[in-house]
Design a protein around this ligand. Structure first.
Ligand code: NDP
Ligand code: GDR
Length: 341
């Protein structure tokens, strides 16, 4: 019988790539989707017609229990979150509820549905759980590169909520013997990245400027440095983590850092333009507390899971710019949820 996976955050960037990967591996894939008329669900269904949808919300404990009871998954991937860091200052409580407490609700749904209790041995054939942890938990870093033992100092309500979910996942593994792991993923991007994140903001602006549809690109902190990889590579690591004999947490990234300035330079270069002629910095786009740099040490994932990123930074930037040039030239509207390459 096909293995069954339940993915929260199915309408997001990672949900789509993970669903494609799991379908390729022969899984029956279910996606948890919220809202009664969520346009992102129809976009997802168009791209991933083989994914079955179950309704539920990370804010609603009962809905998660019902979803787990209905799907009876072998594996649960918890990707649902409020994931845009600046929004977490504007809606800090909601971020705590969805990105933090949502992890508790999902773990409880699994625990209750699989009859796990304190002190008793975990049942065999238990549901395996993946939590989407984030390099934002490192925040103000104390060492570079960051590995699985690096201390956390989150710099946003988002990072704090992720740290709660991370420790809780560890705690359910230790308290109940559950197969529950976290992937500490560094920034990963793609043509399906939301337009609010800096890589996609840049690739869309470069495409618009090249096509004569815009004249400038406003950015915040150009000196921030990130370890940017390709989402299609990173979802494979999520799957590999749940196949390991022993449940453990892993850092996933490329091990290379670039600044926002270098990102803009590479993207404008890809269409033969000089970034300095178009980029304008805007103080309003700076964050109350910035994460200056993040760089992964993915050695553990390489040696224990055999995972390696395939797409380089330059290939990723070129892929995103080319995709946005095609999208806009074909009359697509990136602000409409129907357009997704
Ligand atoms: P996206 O922002 O693209 O997707 C977020 C998903 O969460 C959407 O499907 C959204 O659904 C869903 N969601 C939001 N609120 C709720 C809710 N109340 N109940 C259920 N689902 C909800 O994120 P990514 O795909 O980029 O990231 C996936 C996960 O990985 C996130 O948890 C993110 O924080 C984490 N992460 C991402 C990294 C990255 O670089 N991409 C790096 C490290 C961690 P809807 O359509 O209904 O809004
Ligand atoms: P991040 O991604 O906060 O790292 O979180 P984002 O692309 O938003 O920012 C990266 C860096 O770029 C700087 N920056 C700008 N960012 C945005 N969005 N817009 C701008 O105009 C701009 N100018 C400069 C930011 O200050 C920041 O330093 C992403 C999300 O996917 C999280 O969910 C995930 O956990 C982390 O990556 C790892």
């Amino acid at each position: 019988m096909a293995r069954r996976a339940l993915i929260t955050g199915i309408t997001g960037q990672d949900g789509s790539y993970l669903a494609e990967h799991l379908l390729d591996q022969g899984y029956e894939v279910w996606g948890l989707a919220r809202g009664q008329a969520n346009p992102r669900v129809s976009r997802m269904r168009k791209l991933l017609s083989d994914v079955q949808v179950v309704r539920g919300d990370l804010l609603d404990q009962g809905s998660l229990i019902s979803a787990v009871e209905r799907v009876r998954p072998d594996e649960v991937y918890n990707l649902g979150a409020i994931s845009f860091v600046p929004m977490s200052w504007e809606q800090a409580e909601l971020t705590a509820e969805v990105t933090g407490m949502g992890v508790l609700r999902m773990l409880e749904a699994i625990r209750v549905c699989s009859g796990v209790s304190r002190g008793a041995a975990a049942p065999s054939g238990q549901i395996r759980f993946y939590q989407a942890s984030s390099s934002e938990m490192f925040g103000q870093v104390t060492e570079t590169p960051q590995n699985e033992r690096t201390a956390f100092h989150p710099r946003s309500p988002y990072g704090v909520a992720k740290a709660y979910g991370h420790f809780l996942t560890q705690n359910y593994r230790e308290s109940y013997g559950m197969y529950a792991v976290s992937g500490i993923l560094f920034n990963h991007e793609s043509p399906r990245r939301g337009a609010e994140f800096v890589t996609r903001k840049v690739s869309l602006a470069v495409a618009r400027i090249k096509l004569g549809m815009a004249t400038e690109l406003r950015l915040g902190n150009l000196e921030a440095r990130r370890d940017w990889g390709y989402a299609g590579d990173y979802v494979k690591a999520m799957h590999l983590m749940l196949q390991a004999d022993v449940p453990e947490d892993y850092v996933i990234g490329t091990g290379h850092m670039k600044s926002v300035r270098e990102l803009a330079e590479a993207a404008f270069d890809a269409v033969g333009l000089d970034w300095e002629q178009y980029v304008v910095t805007d103080q309003k786009l700076h964050r109350p507390a910035e994460v200056d740099l993040l760089c992964a040490d993915p050695k553990k994932a390489r040696t224990q899971l055999g995972w390696e990123p395939r797409v380089s930074f330059d290939e990723l930037v070129a892929m995103m710019v080319e995709s946005d040039l095609r999208l806009l030239a074909d009359g697509g509207d990136p602000d409409q949820d129907s357009s997704w390459p």
